[in-house]
Write a protein that binds this ligand. Structure first.
Ligand SMILES: Cc1cc2nc3c(=O)[nH]c(=O)nc-3n(C[C@H](O)[C@H](O)[C@H](O)COP(=O)(O)OP(=O)(O)OC[C@H]3O[C@@H](n4cnc5c(N)ncnc54)[C@H](O)[C@@H]3O)c2cc1C
Length: 474
């Protein structure tokens, strides 16, 4: 039986293992799948914890339903009834501007307004700012010459105010990155399509929204999660795999290419910490962060390693804080808020977790979740608990009019966990792919490459499993 080793049991590695298992059984030719994870738990950035009746997410708290792959996986895992959407009674998010909370106008789709009246009435933008955004309707297309940063694109089409007050904080809330450095093509390629197809972003978004809504039978819920938290997906994936497949607390230290079969195809030997013999595999999938993958492939291909090292990562931390409802003066009538860099606050964003999703806090209690770090303030992630907590509490106490101390706090640090798709990302990926063609049976997958969202990672896992099977069959 052919053996496939997968290093890293985040959602990408787990999805690869699941789809490999499923597809190889469908073909009637089962494989030996070995999933190797250095930690004593599965899920990587996905981490759900329960304490004193609260359900806290350390990493992702939801995924995008518009990208179908994570929902499809939930269906296959029998979890469809466990998927819940955001609370439709308070469908709004706020942005801090000049110290106050302003609602993102209804109909705003990430960067551009698609409903006129809420945008015109909005207190978030100045009159000249609104007029400048409106110019998007007549500004001609730009001929694609060289790659554009996200910031340059937003400034060109919608103006500086749109960038500073809405695009930068919303994008930081997703990628924790700096829009001046981020590649538009690799992070939001659909904006390039919108400009190409409709010229105007506003008009294009409006058309897309209309089409999307008219095709949808269910209520329009963009973000969904699991009733018992995102960890539920991880547990369900684990249950589909045989316990003999999963090796936790096994850190891979290096990979060597060794002589393979009669057809001249190589095999891969994995060095594992504390294991003298290591492990050999006919195909190898690395679902680890790019900088780890670079370290593991050092002895195999210097060009791939060089490219992997150019994918930067940034660090973030999430701080879950539990309060009694009566301690908070703000009505909490939304999903949370994001903070533009210009505001000079320590927090990047905050989610009203127990308002956004059901089942996160006991009755009469509130669970808030704050984000710090990212490209904006990375060094904060290394602060001690006391200093970090003091900074976060100071910011939210003022914004949400909070009195007294939280009675439960949980800090999750994510060192170098968010890959950044900076300018040149696509070129990097094609060089990596060219390099991989020199090593049959070697595959890379995960958030470093073609999408950081949960659904993208599931999709990449599925595609990688298909590639592996194609390779094994040949
Ligand atoms: C704080 C935070 C909030 C987020 N929020 C959202 C959100 O709300 N929605 C969304 O869609 N996405 C969100 N994301 C992004 C998303 O969670 C990640 O992009 C995704 O989970 C990454 O999955 P992955 O499998 O590629 O990598 P990882 O989850 O990083 O998994 C890699 C695995 O490899 C293991 N590993 C590393 N080195 C070795 C080694 N030498 N040997 C063996 N194993 C090794 C690691 O321990 C880890 O388990 C968030 C990310 C973070 C950090």
């Amino acid at each position: 039986m052919k053996r496939v080793a997968i290093i890293g049991a985040g959602i990408a590695g787990l999805s690869t293992a699941y789809y490999l298992y499923k597809l190889s059984h469908q073909r009637g030719k089962p494989l030996e799948i070995v999933l190797i994870e250095k930690e004593g738990r599965l899920g990587g950035s996905i981490l759900t914890e329960r304490a004193e009746g609260f359900l806290m997410e350390g990493g992702p708290d939801c995924f995008l339903s518009e990208k179908p792959w994570a929902l499809q996986l939930c269906r296959e895992l029998g979890l469809e009834g466990e998927v819940v959407g955001t609370n439709q009674a308070v469908r709004r998010t706020f942005i801090i501007w000049r110290g106050g909370l302003h609602e993102i106008p209804e109909g705003f789709m990430l960067l551009a307004p698609t409903s006129l009246w809420p945008f015109v009435k909005s207190s978030l933008f100045s009159l000249p700012g609104k007029l400048r955004m409106g110019l998007d309707l007549i500004i001609p297309r730009k001929k694609p010459d060289k790659e554009e940063s996200l910031a340059a694109f937003v400034r060109r089409r919608l103006g500086r105010e749109a960038l500073e007050r809405i695009a930068e904080p919303l994008i930081a809330g997703i990628h924790a990155g700096d829009p001046e450095a981020m590649s538009l093509q690799s992070t939001f390629p659909r904006f390039i399509d919108l400009e190409r197809d409709h010229r105007s972003l506003i008009w294009g978004m409006y058309q897309r929204k209309r089409r999307f809504l008219s095709h949808l039978n269910s209520p329009y819920i963009m973000f969904v999660t699991m009733k018992k938290g995102m960890g539920q997906m991880v547990s369900a994936l684990e249950e589909t795999l045989s316990p003999k497949t999963i090796f936790m607390k096994h850190e891979v230290m290096g990979v060597e290419r060794v002589e393979g079969d009669a057809a001249g195809r190589p095999r891969y030997h994995l060095r594992i910490r504390g294991e003298e013999r290591g492990l050999e595999a006919d195909a190898l999938v690395l679902a680890t962060p790019a900088f780890i993958t670079a370290r593991l492939l050092q002895g195999i291909d210097a060009d791939i390693v060089d490219q992997l090292h150019t994918i930067p990562y940034c660090s973030t931390a999430t701080i879950n804080l539990a309060y009694r409802r009566s301690q908070i003066g703000h009505p909490l009538d939304g999903y949370g808020f994001v903070v533009p860099r210009l505001e000079g606050l320590k927090i990047m964003a905050a989610t009203f977790s127990s308002v956004k999703f059901p089942g996160r806090a006991p009755k009469g209690m509130v669970l808030l979740r704050c984000f710090v770090g990212g490209a904006k303030d990375e060094e904060m992630v290394a602060w001690g608990n006391e200093k970090l907590l003091a900074a976060v509490k100071e910011d939210i106490a003022e914004i949400l009019r909070i009195e007294g101390a939280p009675f439960l706090v949980r800090i999750f640090r994510w060192a170098k966990a968010m890959p950044q798709y900076t300018l040149g990302h696509e070129k990097r990926l094609s060089l990596i792919e060219r390099g991989l063609s020199r090593h049959p049976g070697l595959f890379l997958t995960g958030s470093a490459y073609r999408g950081i969202g949960i659904s993208d990672c599931v999709h990449q896992g599925e595609l990688t499993a298909q590639e592996v099977l194609k390779f094994i069959k040949n």
